[in-house]
Design a protein around this ligand. Structure first.
Ligand SMILES: Nc1ncnc2c1ncn2[C@@H]1O[C@H](COP(=O)(O)OP(=O)(O)OP(=O)(O)O)[C@@H](O)[C@H]1O
Ligand SMILES: [Mg+2]
Length: 636
């Protein structure tokens, strides 16, 4: 940071990300100018919440002013709009830290995700949340005068910036606690210098703010023939907590605006649920499912979306104890009637009450998803595309709700043969063949690898549906979900092929005969491959391919072993079983091969490895073997 100080005035440079954000915002949000007021009011409200929370242990912080409120005013002549609060305020150091840098988790990732394409970036920025900096959409200079609660009147700070690369800070006098944010409007933004305009924006975006947002009343002055400002205040918003009102008193638009406030989202939510719970614990929950995934969805440490209130008093953001990790995309509010007001994160971690609220909220969200899945398939598929892979984590994480979560999961399958994940386990079971006892699946690195897996050949031939799993989390899912609705889940690439009653007696006999006939060959192949395989056996899974790899019933699948390795985890060194197709010409020919037997055997193993998405130990050796064989053939 560059630093040049005069008496007590310092000029400092913004963090590089702030500069980038300011540029981007001014260019991409001009059609959405009015959000600056929502952001400033939201910050003022947060500041009051923070004061109320700190004052629980130190009521002296209130001084003689305990009526928390937010004030919006404007000055036509000076062309300024001011948003003031009597909340916690900022010290000089805090002003530098909070208004000169962005401290959000995932900031780096956010900036690398930017494309330079304005439309796309405008959408991203909506997810990121522009906060305080949105002031610069309509202002070419912003002045913040703030005094931290508990500090003397001469310890206030004045922060000022033109939103380019720098800002100044200076110690000043301020008579009262809290923050004034003064916007000096850009040319052409005078439409905001109107009480009517400002009030309508406040009602639109900030009606649900629990503190009064006041403005000076205007009155019609007959003599002047215009509206004039009076000394009397009026409260512009409803100023009561939205979630406390009855459902019938809240419009959909109010729910949506509230969502945008708690979730810092530009878009409407996909769905919400609002309920007061009575019984052992008494609490109100208002929970939303966003329409899109936030940029930091995959950061399991990213902030969570639930705000905790106790009897309408804000306690904390980001109360991760209130929602399991696999529902980390849920946003909203929980207001408890029973918890103590001075509850801390440490207390939350051990609280039985919180456990109860958490499982109540979890059930509520899962219920809402079940309802969507049942009654609004389009919305559910939108949900699934955004958050499906996260929800899947729940199968292993939440034992109590495993069956429910499994019912919500959607898969790709050979029924449609497209990558769209639309098939539920119930759909699958409904289509099971007469005599079919198991739910079959294959896991692979990509959809195409799954879809074209040689292990599916027999299933395709017999018309048995197989689920095609290619999300990273899928191995975790099938590791924890061994059965659904009494039906076992079975990998088609594991253990001996067991089609149960779907097996054909004829085929079985033939396979046994083949196993006998090929006994010597199997031994020879096994000897040629040595340590690479656990066993070599005759298969009847294959119709078109000469060979495939399977893992032993209790060994991890090849795909899982590769995932573990890629994640830098110690993968158990398990060897696969090579299965060869006795009906394939290559295998039949091998019976009579003498000279190049070892090469042929190695190729059977290597192509099976490649076909299931594995990597070869010695790719150059493989290429050489292929070329040698091709030359041998063309020489004939
Ligand atoms: N009125 C205010 N009083 C006290 N501190 C404030 C005020 N406005 C902003 N701040 C401080 O500046 C920080 C940055 O505000 P900004 O709105 O950019 O981000 P945020 O509110 O933390 O997150 P977001 O608005 O994206 O949810 C706040 O976290 C807070 O510490
Ligand atoms: Mg903010």
């Amino acid at each position: 940071m560059s630093e040049s100080a005069t008496a007590n005035r310092e000029t400092l440079g913004f963090q590089a990300e702030v500069k980038q954000l300011l540029q981007l915002m001014i260019h991409s949000l001009y059609s959405n100018k009015e959000i600056f007021l929502r952001e400033l009011v939201s910050n003022a409200s947060d500041a009051c919440d923070k004061l109320r929370f700190e004052a629980l242990n130190n009521s002296a912080l209130y001084g003689d002013d305990s009526e928390l409120r937010i004030r919006v005013s404007f000055d036509k002549a000076a062309r300024t709009i001011t948003v003031s609060d009597n909340g916690i305020g900022l010290s000089r150091d805090e002003a530098v830290a909070h208004l000169g840098t962005i401290a959000k988790s995932g900031t780096k990732e956010f900036f690398t995700a930017l494309t330079g394409d304005q439309a796309k970036d405008a959408h991203l920025i909506g997810q990121f949340g522009v906060g305080f900096y949105s002031s610069f959409i309509i202002a070419d200079k912003v002045t913040v005068v703030s005094r931290r609660a508990g500090l003397e009147s001469n310890q206030a700070v004045c922060w000022e910036s033109g939103g380019e690369g720098e800002y100044t800070v200076e110690m000043v006098e301020k008579a009262s606690r809290g923050t004034d944010v003064i916007l000096h409007l850009r040319e052409g933004e005078d439409e905001f210098l109107s009480a009517w305009k400002l009030k309508s924006i406040i009602r639109k975006y900030s009606d649900h703010i629990t503190l009064p947002i006041v403005m000076q009343k205007e009155e019609w002055n007959q003599e002047k023939g215009e509206q004039v400002v009076t000394d009397e205040d009026e409260t512009v918003n409803q100023a009561n907590a939205l979630w406390v009102r009855g459902k019938s008193e809240i419009t959909d638009d109010q729910y949506k605006e509230f969502y945008k406030h708690v979730a810092h989202d530009f878009e409407d939510p996909l769905a919400w649920t609002h309920a007061r719970v009575e019984g052992k614990q008494e609490y109100t929950q208002l929970l939303f499912i966003p329409a899109r995934a936030p940029f930091d969805l995959w950061d399991r440490n990213a902030r969570h979306g639930i705000k905790l209130y106790v009897r309408r008093v804000f306690i904390m953001d980001d109360a991760e104890q209130l929602m399991p990790l696999y529902l980390r995309f849920v946003r909203g509010v929980v207001d408890s009637a029973d918890l103590p007001l001075n509850v801390s994160r440490e207390i939350l971690q051990q609280s039985k009450d919180i456990d109860g609220i958490r499982s109540g909220c979890t059930r509520k969200v899962l219920g809402m998803l079940e309802d969507l899945a049942e009654n609004d398939k389009e919305k559910y598929s939108q949900f699934w595309a955004a958050f499906g892979a996260v929800l899947k984590e729940g199968v292993g994480e939440d034992h109590a709700n495993k069956e429910k979560i499994a019912g919500l999961i959607r898969f790709a399958s050979t029924h449609n043969d497209t990558p769209d994940q639309t098939v539920s386990l119930a759909d699958y079971i409904g289509r099971m063949k007469e005599g079919q006892e198991k739910i079959y699946f294959v896991t692979a690195d990509t959809f195409n690898a799954a879809k074209n897996s040689p292990h599916l050949e027999i299933f395709r031939k017999k018309g048995i549906e197989v689920l095609l799993l290619s999300d990273r989390v899928d191995e975790w899912v099938v590791g924890h979900l061994t059965e659904f609705d009494g039906k076992q889940l079975q990998s088609v690439a594991k253990g001996g092929l067991d089609l149960g009653k779907l097996e054909d007696e004829e085929e079985k006999k033939e396979a046994e005969k083949a196993a006998d006939e090929y006994k010597d060959l199997l031994e020879k192949v096994k000897a040629a491959l040595g340590e690479k395989v656990k066993d070599v056996r005759v298969t009847y899974r294959l119709t078109d391919s000469p060979s495939c790899l399977v893992s032993d019933e209790h060994d991890p699948s090849g795909n899982l072993a590769r995932l573990l390795k890629a994640a830098g985890q110690a993968a158990p060194n398990v060897k696969p079983i090579l299965e060869i197709n006795p009906n394939h010409v290559v295998v039949q020919r091998l019976k009579y091969e003498e000279v190049r037997f070892d090469d042929w055997a190695a190729l059977l193993f290597e192509q099976a490895t490649l076909a299931e998405g594995g990597q070869l130990d010695d790719p150059a050796g493989f290429v050489k073997r292929i070329n040698d064989l091709m030359m041998a053939i063309s020489a004939k």
